[in-house]
Design a protein. Sequence first.
Length: 287
Amino acid sequence: MMKIYLNGEFMPLEEARVPVLDRGFLFGDGVYEVIPVYGGHPFRLIQHLDRLERSLRETRIPLEYSLDDWMAIFQPLIDSCESKDCGIYLQVTRGVAIRDHAFPKAVEPTVFAMINPIKPVPAKVLENGVHAIAREDIRWSRCDIKSISLIGNVLMRQEAVESDAAETILIRDGMVTEGSASNVFIVKSSEVITPPKDEHLLGGITRDLVLELCVTHGLAVREAPIREQMLRAADEVWVTSSTKEILPVTVLDGQLVGEGKPGPVWHTLVELYGRCKQALRQGEQAC
Ligand code: PDD
């Protein structure tokens, strides 16, 4: 039976209960992280915890846990995950209180964590790439916070599903922001480009690693705004996230991206990313 962590206790998933007055349930008043685990080792753990700390600070949820506190929660979950690759889901809400929009006083945040297997992306998908659609970004103006209020993302992702596509790429005022649950990269004339971080997109941990890998391996790379026309004229388009890693988009709104196959720069990055994962599996902190 799958074990989860909730407010200081480990228990079977089936036994976990959250009061209906939890502000996560009533207001979507909380933040979260998804941390991949390869060979029993969390990937880019410090970066994920730094981003969590930032989300907590920006939403003014008072929680100060050390790395050791978090690892005391994660390790039993990691030990219980039977799959080769797993993902920790971690959520903190403002806590339980009588419903009122303003912050309650003296309330303990709710802390919840679980672990799930990460299914490897099927070889066929990596060979052919995936379809994506592009739509107007309908979300709020603080997409830099990893908030559990995800109704906009949910609606945008559902549009992809209903269009037989894997992801929806979001466009705000004619510029690419990100995917419904991923960051976006394009390649044009061998140069890798991704939009700069601002309040309209989440600073993805995978995004940052891809940028680092480009720099350390001498690939041309730039953080720059991407106009919708640039997206549609790109040689390669990728979406990145902790669970999808680096996924090549080969058809966008029914049109081929470049030659309609995962491109050479994507191949290079996937190889480099794979080396990072492999090193971590062997207990090295290579990336
Ligand atoms: N989401 N942008 C959005 C809106 C996301 O939801 C995600 C990831 C990313 C990529 O971030 P990272 O590389 O740190 O995973 C960008 C996770 C995986 C999710 O909601 O399940």
